[in-house]
Design a protein around this ligand. Sequence first.
Ligand SMILES: [Cu+2]
Length: 146
Amino acid sequence: MQKAPGQLLNMMAMVWWLTSVGVAIAHGAEPSQSGPPMMISVAADGVQRAMVTLDSYTYSPNHLIVEAGKPVELTLTSVTTIIPHNFIIKDPAGSLSVEQDVSAGKTVIVRFTPTQTGTFPIYCDKRLWPLPSHRDKGMEGKLEVR
Ligand SMILES: [Cu+2]
């Protein structure tokens, strides 16, 4: 029993080490705020088409890259069973304003033509008061117009 304090210290050191390693790994695996950028290609008819999946509380992909001056057609599919979401893109300067509701389990198509280059926020502003908005829960992304 003479060794008990030493063993306790060793154990504490081990727990500390495991915790540090665990935190380091968790940080390394943590997805960045924005997913891998998805460059939307222009189809033969000149339309930039892509599919976006809506879940609680994500868009996938959530970083879309398009060309200015060409129409964009996004097929929005919700994979939720109850929670309604929406898909909003807003240029604060007013060049772009898209707002589309996507009910649980539904697929809708939204069309717009971005005219200005820049990066604009995509987000869901639904909220079940007094809970935080879906955007606050991470349901956001960005549209990069080149
Ligand atoms: Cu939502």
